[in-house]
Design a protein around this ligand. Structure first.
Ligand code: NAG
Ligand code: NAG
Ligand code: NAG
Ligand code: NAG
Length: 225
């Protein structure tokens, strides 16, 4: 998967903690399993009874079937439409109790197209089953399905950058420390040597003063540090 620059920038800033991405599958996808005879409605085949024009269909096609429709996906949500041309069908996720959809509403009017969706599914593999009622000569139409994948936490850009920055800062700190220690020890040596020189000079002056009785005002030739 390609990651956009804004995405990377955001993840660098630690703004993005989880990435959700929608993936849409067409009714023609081999991942969609039909448990019975199918008839595809597209530009070449008439779409009698489809509750949407061809242009409104995803990839301009819908598959009709008298059998079940099964689709498995790894994600946290799905969104789809189900066309119930005749009869009734149940939409079941992960073998749950299921929800019923009918081609007729309570008032007896045709309601072919139904939006089906579920959000907040636990992250993992899910199985969606659209099951026609065997009693009612049901015909289902399936156009497309969108499911949401939750990608693992964004690239460790932040922590890598942090580790690198930490390493660089740490390395520089050590370097400066060593440099400082070297300079300090050099300076100490210089001071030591200078003090030695100073006491040698003072000593010789004192000797001179003693020898010649001169009243020499001995001042430090080098200021003390
Ligand atoms: C995925 O698609 C659904 C339905 O169109 C939409 O409500 C949802 O916000 C989308 N999610 C993402 C992450 O794009
Ligand atoms: C759309 O349909 C064509 C022809 O059936 C197919 O080759 C193509 O993969 C489909 N596109 C998608 C996104 O499913
Ligand atoms: C159902 O159909 C009747 C007449 O056939 C109509 O009066 C009514 O408004 C329709 N109800 C709905 C919810 O569309
Ligand atoms: C189904 O969703 C579409 C938008 O995706 C909306 O226009 C339509 O009104 C919805 N139908 C029902 C019955 O909620």
């Amino acid at each position: 998967m390609q990651r956009s620059l804004p995405f990377l920038l955001l993840s660098c800033l630690g703004v993005v903690s989880a990435v959700l991405q929608n993936i849409t599958v067409d009714d023609t996808s081999p991942d969609v399993l039909y448990g019975g005879k199918t008839f595809q409605c597209n530009a070449d085949n008439a779409c009698q009874g489809v509750d949407a024009s061809l242009e409104q269909l995803y990839n301009e096609s819908t598959t009709f079937t008298e059998g079940s429709i099964t689709f498995s996906f790894s994600g946290v949500a799905y969104y789809a439409t189900i066309d119930v041309l005749f009869g009734e069908a149940s939409v079941i996720i992960d073998g749950g109790p299921g929800t019923s959809y009918s081609s007729l509403d309570a008032a007896g009017n045709f309601t072919i197209r139904h939006n089906i969706s579920e959000e907040g599914l636990p992250s993992g593999t899910h199985s969606l089953l659209m099951l026609p009622s065997p009693q009612s000569n049901t015909v289902l139409g399936f156009d497309s399905l969108t499911y949401t994948v939750s990608l693992p936490d964004p690239p460790k850009t932040k922590s890598h950058a942090g580790a690198i920055a930490g390493g660089v800062v740490g390395g520089l700190a050590v370097l400066f420390g060593l440099l400082f220690a070297a300079l300090y020890s050099h300076r100490r040596k210089l001071i030591l040597r200078r003090n030695q020189r100073k006491s040698a000079v003072l000593q010789s002056m004192n000797i001179g003063r003693r020898n010649f009785g001169q009243n020499v005002d001995v001042k430090d030739p080098v200021p003390a540090i």
